[in-house]
Write a new protein. Structure first.
Length: 522
């Protein structure tokens, strides 16, 4: 148990660290070196002047394969315009999830989408200086096919294939989806909100499954997806240009601190966000990510805080990598996103003049390094939580003040709200908190006589009755909010411990803290 968990032990039911968003990319690297793609075309008996027609036929083959997969599964095959999707306020994933919910898809293909997207493609163009055709990779646009699945092992996911050479593939999976599948397979109980686990029956086993997720044989699984969506792959491999080289394009490692309920999290949430936004310096953010402030550092360190429809989020960026904290129902999530792994080190065996030695070298994107991504992200999240252990919660006081400013219904009767920082209620608090009342208690008349009227003022019987009725209503409000309690058997009231704390704090803020803050802001 960490320091953060020990401090909030009464509120927390567990902690889980797992991969969240995980994006793999597959590249046909054997086609990339200078002259390699020309040699591939020669192996297919294709001249450069015939490249356009050959590439068009290849693109049509990919399209026919996508249509066949959708038809055989009886699933939709749709064209989506990016602008149209954005105008509807939903993404391709939202559309796919809606279809899965509508058709109650629990396993298998959900839908196949095609959309026009930017990409890097091989193009043949003329060189005016040499008067010859040349091959190069340039930015362009082509159709991309998205295959959305509910995989029996990985859960909801998608595979994207580019329809023009070099047929780059992207595979998106989510570690939380995988965990839910594994827990269902083992018949273990859990509560979930969206893709977030709020609680699990066996936390130790769930954490073990999350640890194993990053060390599985990913290459074999990814190659199986590639063979399914790219019918040209056997032809490319047979020509001696190998298969896909898989890399980790993006990895999110999230540590979820599970609270008992939403109110337990809200008690400390404002203070956590205030500390993360105002107190963490650039050096702190670098330390969380395992780096040091150095003159050679090229990355910019930034932080931002924003409110989202479902909660709040604070995010710190170091170059292309980031660490953020946000809330999802009763879970506090700290999440490290790694887009540029070379900012971190990995221990590798290297050949030197003195033999094979272990050295810390910049980490590459190779899929075999996924375990190290998880290790780096877990360490960053834990350092962030350790820093949060020093936060002194103020949320309970804020909620108590808000509660005084709201009306309540007690035993069927409405209790009016208070204005704890207003002049009338502040004076009432001062009167109730007078020392003599703390010992002997107070009555209605004790409040009526304070402040005492001027000596030359004549108070008639009607005025005394009006004052008495007004003080009775004020006492009723104080009792309704739990600040006063009636002594049984007599018309006597005592200040409760809650009333002592809240009324004294309100008077202190009005008389001391607010004037001091106003002077400091001037």
């Amino acid at each position: 148990m960490t320091t953060f968990e020990k401090i909030h032990e009464g509120r927390i039911v567990g902690k889980l660290t797992a991969v969240d968003r995980l994006i793999f990319k597959g590249h046909l690297t054997a086609l990339m070196p200078p002259g390699a793609f020309r040699r591939f075309l020669c192996s297919q008996g294709v001249l450069l002047k015939d490249f356009a027609s050959y590439a068009t036929r290849a693109t049509e083959t990919l399209k026919e394969n996508a249509e066949r997969i959708a038809t055989e599964a009886g699933r939709p095959f749709e064209y989506l315009e990016s602008a149209h999707t954005a105008a509807r306020g939903c993404s391709k994933e939202d559309r796919a999830r809606a279809i899965a919910d509508r058709d109650q898809i629990v396993e298998g293909l959900v839908a196949v989408f095609r959309t026009l997207e930017p990409c890097m493609t091989f193009q043949v163009h003329g060189n005016r200086k040499t008067c010859r055709l040349e091959v190069s990779r340039k930015p362009g646009k082509c159709l991309a096919y998205y295959f959305y699945f509910v995989d029996k092992e990985l859960g909801f996911m998608h595979v994207r294939v580019q329809s023009w050479f070099p047929f780059t593939i992207q595979v998106y999976v989510n570690g939380r989806e995988h965990l839910k599948k594994q827990l269902n397979h083992r018949c273990l109980g859990y509560k979930a909100y969206d893709n977030t686990l709020l609680s699990v029956e066996d936390l130790a086993l769930t954490q073990d499954l999350a640890d194993k997720f990053v060390r599985r044989d990913w290459v074999g699984k990814l190659d199986a997806f590639a063979r399914r969506v790219n019918p040209l792959l056997p032809q490319i491999t047979k020509s001696g240009f190998g298969g896909y080289y898989w890399v980790v394009d993006q990895c999110e490692v999230a540590t979820d601190v599970m609270f008992k309920d939403r109110s337990a999290l809200e008690a400390i949430l404002p203070d956590l966000f205030e500390t993360a936004t105002l107190a963490f310096s650039a050096e702190d953010v670098l330390r969380f990510l395992g780096r040091k402030l150095h003159p050679a550092l090229q990355a910019e360190v930034t932080s931002d805080h924003k409110r989202r429809p479902e909660g709040r989020r604070v995010k710190h960026r170091v170059g292309k990598n980031s660490i953020k904290m946000y809330d999802k129902y009763s879970v506090l999530r700290v999440e490290t996103t790694i887009n540029h792994p070379r900012d971190f080190k990995i221990l590798k065996l290297q050949d030197t003049d003195h033999g094979v030695v272990r050295r810390w070298v910049p980490m590459s994107k190779g899929v075999s390094n996924l375990w190290r991504y998880f290790q780096v992200g877990s360490g960053a999240n834990q350092r962030y939580l350790d820093a949060m252990a020093n936060v002194v919660p103020q949320g309970e006081g804020v909620r108590a003040l808000d509660d005084l400013c709201q009306s309540h219904v007690v035993e069927g009767r409405r209790v009016a709200k208070l204005a704890p920082l207003g002049p009338h209620d502040a004076e009432l608090f001062r009167t109730v908190l007078r020392g003599e009342h703390l010992v002997h208690g107070l009555r209605n008349r004790d409040i009526c006589n304070i402040p005492s009227p001027p000596s030359d003022t004549v108070v008639d019987a009607d005025e005394r009755r009006r004052r008495c009725a007004r003080i009775s209503r004020q006492i009723a409000k104080l009792r309704g909010h739990g600040l006063l309690a009636k002594v049984q058997g007599c018309n006597l009231y005592r200040v409760t411990s809650k009333g002592q704390r809240l009324m004294a704090a309100a008077v202190h803020v009005r008389d001391k803290d607010f004037p001091a803050a106003l002077r400091a802001a001037a």
